[in-house]
Design a protein around this ligand. Structure first.
Ligand code: NAD
Ligand code: DAU
Length: 379
């Protein structure tokens, strides 16, 4: 069923993937409004949207998805016909240390959005056509063995962390609102994203930033866990396709064709950063502690640390349904995607240094013994 989104409400649009999606959508010259609703938690950053702040189609609203009356008012005021739901607590390590926020935002918050959408779109028939798109994760399917077939849309749910359990619960609520009330929903379950605006608590940006600062590179356990890495721009393109070409009630898996071990990712980043800094000695003034400026190599910073409890060993995605039904395929390969990401972090030093100075640094101090990636609690 073809659908033409007109006025969008983008929840979590100041976070990593949400802000990339706002850029992607506006750059592809769609008409209509883009209203971003974001609570600006530690992971949200209004600066991620600085490039679009003068676009007349764009409006930012600071608010909480759990505030159903406020969400309802926004939907009515802006005649929203499409919700793209990114807002979530997204970091697995944080969910292990404190699951409550994950249940509140990911489960209760998603339900609050569904209720507000149903009230306007189904009960009051407030817009002629509508779409509720839920951005979810491959982690709901659990962990694969080395020879298991990749996840498909019919793989049984088996979440292993409080984060993935909360996302699984939200997926089920979205399904129920389609089946029970006829809400036009679509869901994408996606693998690990990387690229610009990625908060430096996640593996790839953490590794880049730590090399630049000369800090240790924490690799959990043996580092042989596998993720299917996807450039965020490919993910945004997939979501746009799902909005326009997806069938109500359907789920689409989105992957990157890039199964890679964590240790390989970290080693590749070491090589890329060393080369970039080596080719540009003027960076020495900004990053004097980086190994390459001290007669060493970044790879020497790698430190194997205690493993994440309940750590999923392998994720892999079969995206043939999205390829067939939506015309999706990832455009970027992992090596060139990582190289462009390293360049972005070298050009956007103010962006990530600003984050390191906020309450984020306090969180790391509290939970990581004052060092990146050395979890205090033994598994
Ligand atoms: P993120 O943590 O970078 O951003 C989350 C955003 O949501 C932030 O801007 C935050 O301020 C906002 N937010 C949090 N609680 C809120 C609330 N109660 N009300 C309003 N806004 C709130 O997350 P991300 O990595 O960009 O992930 C976005 C979505 O994509 C999430 O739903 C996540 O589960 C999903 N996902 C992420 C990945 C990945 O690799 N990062 C992969 C697959 C799926
Ligand atoms: O698969 C999709 C998921 O990818 C999303 O749903 C999550 O929101 C997103 O955070 C991401 O989850 P991961 O736990 O896979 O991402 P993270 O970057 O935290 O970790 C990637 C892998 O690297 C994982 O196996 C744990 C490991 N790791 C992570 C960190 C932060 C390390 O070895 N060292 C680290 O310091």
């Amino acid at each position: 069923m073809k659908f033409e989104p007109h006025n969008l409400l983008i929840t979590g649009g100041a976070g990593f993937i949400g802000s990339n999606f706002v850029h992607h959508w506006l750059a592809n010259s769609h008409q209509g409004k883009v209203v971003v609703l974001d609570a600006l938690t530690y992971a949200g950053n209004i600066g991620n949207l600085a490039d679009v702040e003068n676009d007349p189609r764009y409006l930012f609203v600071r608010g909480d998805i759990c505030d159903e009356p406020a969400v309802g008012a926004l939907l009515r005021q802006h005649q929203i016909d499409t919700i793209v739901h990114f807002a979530a607590e997204s970091h697995v390590d944080r969910s292990i240390l404190g699951p409550d926020d994950f249940i509140r935002t990911n489960v209760v918050g998603t339900h609050s959005l569904l209720k507000a959408a149903k009230a306007l779109w189904i009960d009051q028939k407030g817009v002629p056509a509508h779409r509720f798109h839920h951005v979810s994760t491959d982690e709901v399917y659990g962990s694969l063995g080395p020879d298991d077939a990749p996840f498909t849309e019919t793989t049984p749910y088996a979440p292993n962390s409080p984060y993935s359990a909360s996302k699984a619960a939200s997926d089920h609520l979205v399904r129920a609102y389609h089946e029970t009330y006829g809400l036009h929903t679509t869901v994408t379950n996606c693998s690990n994203n990387y690229g610009p605006f990625h908060f430096p608590e996640k593996l790839i940006p953490l590794t880049i930033v730590n090399i630049l600062l000369g800090k240790t590179l924490p690799v959990y356990g043996d580092g042989l866990q596998i993720r299917d890495w996807l450039h965020v721009e490919d993910h945004c393109a997939a979501i746009a396709l799902a909005l326009q070409k997806g069938e109500p009630g359907e789920v689409y898996n989105i992957g990157g064709n890039s199964e890679t071990t964590n240790i390989h990712i970290v080693r590749t980043l070491c090589d890329l950063v060393d080369r970039q800094l080596g080719a540009h000695p003027e960076h020495r003034d900004f990053f004097p502690a980086s190994p390459i400026f001290n007669g060493k190599q970044a790879i020497q910073l790698i430190t194997h640390v205690r493993d994440r409890p309940g750590h999923d060993r392998r994720y892999a995605i079969n995206y043939s349904k999205a390829a067939r039904s939506l015309g999706y395929s990832p455009a970027r390969d992992i090596r060139s995607g990582l190289a462009s990401t390293v360049e972005w972090y070298l050009q956007q030093v103010d962006w990530w240094q600003g984050l390191l100075g906020r309450d984020y640094a306090t969180w790391l101090e509290k939970n990581y013994d004052g060092q990146f990636g050395q979890p205090r609690q033994a598994p």
